[in-house]
Design a protein around this ligand. Structure first.
Ligand SMILES: [Zn+2]
Length: 445
């Protein structure tokens, strides 16, 4: 932790890969993960001379939807720009991105505390290829796979509004939830579909930005970003305590060593020489188009939590768990609808789903409602009474017992039916079945 006088000032850049069918500026498949290297390429995404980019309309619509969901204003007149730099994974020698007129700007995400994290901009760009360094026949080699080159990427940049790692984590979870609710990205960090870059500095005055800033590049887990921020806070605090200023630089996170390390200093920082992309006309989005996209934005998690609390009487805790992903929230709502006839309390349904950790992919809302109803109707069976009835049934149905022992499963159901008949009231069939099976397995008399 920093000494009392210093406050961490943290900003965040997040890259989210969109799950469109095709890439940002060509018709190659964007579904590149785990595919044969360089199979998803064409002259456009290989950056061959003369190839012309054609923007992917769906990707632009989705980028605007993300911006709208983050409470951003939308630039009705927008454009693409070239960001020039050299790196082997960037075939054209420039990346098509957005500079002064991003699709979205001036938005925010509200944290549970009520604090708003300002969003500076939401812009559209293309992903780069991927380098891999390997030993081939005893020689060190760098291989390039351009399958990822040109995959649509949305960058979301915040104001330096965070003051600790926990705020950053909460923001990231909310952002990930939102893009998943919109169904525009899987935001799977293991696959690099969501990449995080915090910038961190310490200030004596929380309202004043320090004269330096340290960026940590390409982190791919919420846990690592938390660790990297805590590590940097401590490292910078120690430097400042000596009366020195931390170097303005880009660092990486080394998970094995649990520390950040210097990658490049400010002297090496690129001058990107942005200029408007001459091969793509400016993008005009009318007010009508924006309002159509707004209407396509589904009910987002924060709103859903509030509605679940009000409409179903759930606690904030339960509502928050049930809205973490959209399929679970939908499953719960359908179960409430199915349970109306049996007058099931939505709170009971919520408890059942949360406590039994219901797997919504292997059951249906109706089956769940039936399960809850059955468990409510189950009358505790007196063990002695049950054992007595089972003995009676076994004695009276010798043939069925022999058949069952010879492997005829259906006989068990017959015996079960006989027990139920004698019980003459509703009971937990699974419990009876288990008791009966146990009894039959050791009875050879
Ligand atoms: Zn292509």
């Amino acid at each position: 932790m920093p000494n009392n006088k210093l406050t961490p000032i943290i900003g965040l850049e997040v890259h989210v890969e969109l799950k469109t069918n095709s890439k940002m500026f060509c018709s190659c498949s964007a579904d590149y993960f785990g595919k044969e290297p360089n199979g998803h390429t064409c002259p456009v995404c290989l950056g061959l001379p003369g190839a012309l980019p054609v923007p992917n309309k769906k990707a632009i619509d989705w980028c605007i939807k993300i911006a709208l969901s983050l409470n951003c204003k939308i630039n009705e007149f927008s454009k693409f720009d070239r960001k020039n730099y050299f790196y082997p994974d960037l075939s054209k020698g420039y990346q098509i991105s957005q500079f002064d007129l991003p699709f979205g700007y001036e938005g925010y995400i509200e944290l549970a505390s009520g604090k708003k994290i300002g969003i500076t901009r939401v812009h559209m760009e293309e992903d780069t290829g991927k380098l891999s360094h390997q030993d081939i026949n005893g020689q060190r080699a760098s291989l390039i796979d351009f399958n990822r080159s040109g995959v649509p990427l949305v960058e979301i940049v915040t104001e330096p509004d965070f003051n600790d790692a926990l705020e950053v984590k909460e923001y990231l979870q909310k952002l990930q939830q939102i893009v998943r609710y919109l169904d525009v990205s899987n935001a799977d960090m293991d696959k690099g579909e969501m990449r995080l870059e915090p910038n961190i500095s310490l200030s004596t005055d929380p309202k004043k930005l320090p004269n330096y800033k340290v960026e940590v590049k390409n982190i791919n887990s919420f846990k690592f970003v938390e660790k990297a921020i805590n590590y940097e806070t401590k490292r910078q605090d120690e430097i400042l305590a000596k009366g020195e200023t931390p170097a303005q630089e880009t660092r990486g996170w080394d998970e094995n060593k649990q520390k950040t390390f210097s990658q490049r200093s400010k002297e090496d920082a690129h001058d990107y020489r942005y200029f408007p992309e001459p091969d793509i006309p400016p993008i005009v989005t009318t007010k009508e188009q924006i309002s159509t996209l707004q209407k396509e934005v589904p009910e987002l998690p924060d709103k859903k939590v509030k509605r679940f609390e009000k409409e179903f009487g759930l606690s904030f805790y339960d509502a928050e768990i049930l809205t973490r992903d959209k399929p679970l929230a939908n499953f719960f709502e359908e179960a409430v609808k199915e349970g109306q006839e049996q007058k099931l309390n939505p709170k009971d349904i919520a408890n059942f789903i949360i406590n039994k950790k219901t797997d919504t992919s292997t059951t249906t809302p109706l089956a769940l409602v039936k399960q809850i109803t059955a468990s409510k109707q189950t009358v505790a069976v007196d063990e002695k009474e049950l054992a007595k009835i089972i003995e009676e049934v076994i004695t009276e149905n010798e043939k069925a017992v022999t058949d069952y022992k010879a492997g005829k499963e259906a006989s068990l159901m017959f015996l079960l039916g006989q027990v139920m008949k004698k019980l003459a009231r509703k009971a937990d069939t699974n419990l009876i079945k288990d008791t009966l099976k146990k009894r039959l397995s050791y009875s050879d008399k």
